[in-house]
Design a binder for this molecule. Structure first.
Ligand SMILES: [Zn+2]
Ligand SMILES: [Zn+2]
Ligand SMILES: [Zn+2]
Length: 86
């Protein structure tokens, strides 16, 4: 398994909806944890949340990398390569 170039990208878009998951806010749903798309700044909820909107966003847009949007957490996840990084 080679290295994942997506996790090496340091540029990061500003959060579009810093107040929470974009879809959950629209639908009046609740989330557990938040993830931020580095490509466009979309805020989505994690797979432990009912909406799973971060994964839905990846499936819709193919934007490969999200990072945790939780205070004190800074790990990243590449959907394309299924790899965790910093
Ligand atoms: Zn990757
Ligand atoms: Zn959501
Ligand atoms: Zn995105």
């Amino acid at each position: 398994m080679g290295s994942c170039e997506h996790l090496l990208v340091t540029a990061e878009a500003d959060a579009l909806t810093p107040e929470g998951c974009q879809e959950c806010l629209n639908l009046g749903m609740h989330w557990v944890h938040l993830r931020k798309c580095l490509t466009c700044g979309h805020i989505g909820c994690c797979d432990s949340s009912p909406g799973k909107h971060a994964t839905a966003h990846y499936k819709e847009t193919s934007h490969p990398v999200v990072r945790s949007y939780e205070p004190g957490e800074n790990w990243r996840w590449c959907y394309l390569d299924q790899r965790l990084g910093q």
